[in-house]
Design a protein around this ligand. Structure first.
Ligand SMILES: Cc1cc2nc3c(=O)[nH]c(=O)nc-3n(C[C@H](O)[C@H](O)[C@H](O)COP(=O)(O)OP(=O)(O)OC[C@H]3O[C@@H](n4cnc5c(N)ncnc54)[C@H](O)[C@@H]3O)c2cc1C
Length: 340
């Protein structure tokens, strides 16, 4: 089969790596950014416990990319704060890992291919364009959070924090993050559903803590779950993988692990795309409930009395998967966060 993979983020890179190794298919990648400007717009935080195995499947060693290992994440709430013990959450060099995953594969950079051309040249087209979802039918009523992020560098010993730090905005509409990248570097950014806090909070932070700005990026993150991002296919040759079909855990804005898992499901079910759809809906089933919870919080419709069962289900899911999330999950923290 001739396969086009459009969009070389975590999902596209995983697919390029895996399918370029099998002798059955011919795979060609397309990435809109020129190779010299190829970026991985993201705060680069993930869970080492999960990524280590996924990256090993691609013949690489995840520990080589780790920039900072988290021990404790302080989360400021509106008038309170909590400390979350970290057990595997790290910041890593996401861009370098993507580059190494696709090394030796056939990719045309600086290219946004036209759908008609892809359809005439390939048997299958993978839309792994993330938020853009350029090659799939539009989804109505989506939820996404606009984000702005800076990569910054602090002079020796002038880092405002030495570990992961978050400041949650009211009604769980988003948060400000400070993620250390080692050697004085950090990603600082903010995402807010209503755009109320993003710029003001970031500007204040930059003014208070003197640093060198390396670069600034802006991109929304889709938090609609896969169940609300259907269709995954255009009914012809195109199929979505990764954030293009909503594989982001809305409570954390975390898309690296889920989008790589989604790519793994695609590779497993390459010859049966109906099975792929079902596998994605099953794997990310809980994401629908988490998305509903966040939407209710943002719109002010969440009631502890009426919705406590939903909260308990989310807590139980995360508690049972502490290793996957890379952090200790405690009910008292969950309750404080849900009161935002
Ligand atoms: C500011 C910000 C911070 C984030 N921080 C984190 C974090 O710390 N941890 C975490 O787990 N998740 C984070 N996320 C979410 C995470 O980055 C994404 O969910 C995840 O990277 C999705 O992977 P993907 O491969 O599906 O898409 P992407 O990583 O978005 O990759 C899509 C690729 O497609 C390319 N592309 C787009 N359109 C076209 C086109 N028409 N033709 C060719 N190429 C195209 C893009 O240039 C890009 O390279 C963050 C998101 C944002 C916006």
């Amino acid at each position: 089969m001739k396969i086009a993979v459009v969009g070389i983020g975590v999902a596209g890179a995983y697919i390029m790596n895996k399918l370029s190794q099998d002798g059955d298919n011919t795979v060609k990648g397309f990435e809109r950014m020129p190779e010299s400007k190829h970026d991985a717009v993201c705060a680069w935080a993930t869970c080492e416990n999960v990524m280590a195995d996924l990256v090993k499947e691609c013949g690489l060693d995840f520990s080589m990319y780790v920039l900072h290992k988290g021990k404790n994440m302080k989360v400021e709430l509106m008038d309170d704060s909590i400390d979350i013990k970290l057990r595997g959450m790290v910041a890593y060099d996401k861009l370098q890992l993507i580059k190494d995953m696709v090394r030796g594969t056939d990719i045309e950079f600086g290219k946004v291919p036209r759908k008609e051309n892809l359809e005439s040249d390939f048997d299958l087209i993978v839309d792994s364009t993330g938020f853009h979802r350029n090659y799939l039918p539009k989804v109505s009523n989506e939820t996404w959070i606009p984000c702005v992020q800076y990569k910054v560098k602090y002079d020796r010993n002038r880092n405002p924090y030495d570990d992961f730090y978050l400041k949650a905005f009211s009604s769980m509409s988003g948060y400000f993050w400070y993620f250390p990248l080692g050697n004085g570097y950090a990603h600082i950014g903010a995402g807010d559903f209503g755009r109320k806090y993003t710029i003001g909070f970031l500007d204040d932070f930059l003014n208070t803590h003197e640093c060198e700005i390396i670069h600034k990026v802006g991109r929304p993150v889709r938090i609609s779950p896969p169940s609300l991002c259907e269709p995954f296919s255009d009914g012809r040759k195109t199929i979505g993988v990764g954030e293009s079909i909503g594989t982001v855990y809305a409570l954390l804005g975390e898309g690296i692990v889920p989008s790589t898992w989604c790519a793994q499901l695609f590779v497993e079910h390459l010859n049966d795309l109906k099975q792929y759809r079902n596998a994605v809906l099953r794997k990310f089933d809980i994401y629908s409930l988490v998305h509903k919870f966040i939407k209710m919080k943002i719109s002010g419709r969440f009631s502890m009395l009426r919705n406590s069962r939903d909260l308990l289900r989310i807590y139980t899911h995360m508690k049972m998967n502490e290793k996957r999330y890379g952090m200790k999950i405690e009910m008292k923290n969950m309750l404080k966060i849900s009161k935002l």
